[in-house]
Write a new protein. Sequence first.
Length: 489
Amino acid sequence: MTELSRLAHGVLFPALGRRTVPRWARARVEEGLGGFVLFGKDIASAEQIRQLTADLHGLRDHVLLSLDEEGGDVNRLEPHGGTSVPGNHALGRLDDPELTREAAYQIGLSLVAAGIDWDLAPAVDTAVNPLSPNGIRCFGADRALVARHAAAWVEGLQAAGVSACAKHFPGHGLSSTDAHLGTPTVDLSRQELVDHYLDPFRAAIAAGVDSIMVSHVRLTQLDTVPATISPAVLTGLLRGELGYDGVVITDALEMRGISDVAALPQAAVRAIAAGADALCLGAWAFGDDVDTAAAALVAAVEDGTLPEERLREANARIARLGTRPRATGAAHDDAVGARLARDVVEVHGDPVLRGKRALVVRLDPTHSPAQGGASWGIAEPLRAAGVEVETLAVAGDTYNAEGVIKAEVGLYLDEFGPDADVVLLVRSSHRFPWQRPVLDELLAKYPGCVVVDMGVPGDDFGQFRGWVRTFGASRVCAQAAVDTLLAGA
């Protein structure tokens, strides 16, 4: 192994793809691989993830292990012994930075217990576009609010000894495009970016954030390419204007937002040349992708396209991660998230169930790849509380979805009486045009339905018998909704 090859491997962070250490990973760690980004598919239980991280750390000194544990809708550990807290949107609604700091600290404790060094969170985009696919992951639409909570979240997580990562620089908030599926665009001048748009990242930097994730958004007035590979954005704005000297990691290079513009070898070289330090390769990037990216970086240095010093600088920054003192002797407190979820719930009308039987009709949103495989809903906690639950889930591509729902609700009420409980479960229904006609039809025929909205508020449900808003779909949010539905039972 040459020193240049080691430097090239040191900036790469692929997925793992297995729940035990695969043979390909051992070989690449020996070559100097920086570490891994773990995903939900790599985790089966609290015991398994602790063993896996211990085995990976045992391969070599300073193998960095990271994942996306944002709290709320995007989590990896919550189903496997991690803490459950409401996500950023709910924390922004509460608007108490101390509560945000505490929630992030609890997440940090659960990450320490699992053996994770680096959390690719928080998301500090500002959701000024109500159709943003990241809205539920954002603290809100007000930049000052987002800035103060970004700082609190970073401080809380890093106090537990886990490195934080403010994302997705320079911010997705104006776009309605999911970068997994295309390249978001933001049409702002450099002055507008500097004057206010970047404030949440300024706040995270002032709070000492260990890393920042650059997104695939294209700033149309600064460059023709995504920020991931833009010197104007990374060197000019982030390093220059904001003075940031911590680790810059790319969002996944397998995402369409960058892969439509540059294939992996070109994207890897251009991102490092632009000022990034660490390359997140993606959820489905393994041994061959590591070899491809490493070979491209080595070749770029050898042909003069990429200065070797840029790789050395990147490796030196990455070496600082994972060195914070770890909180020991304290387990995360699940009561914290449960309390926050109860405090943020909003109730209108009379949503309390009349009996011990309910039909839950779930209108599924478009699945976000960022969420992973985490499920959402209230059926299980209702059953655990002794309610006999029937469920129906439909999505935009469900055949005759509107007809299916009307038929099922009609049959249910015909069998159990007009006052039987029907709960309509939605998430940010205003973002999905197919859902409004369904809701209007149900309101016209069955106004006695109850609505539980676990997303960003948009549609008005005031004419239904009652509704509950949780502002997130984590486990504690679901339990808070159920506690409301069963109030007085």
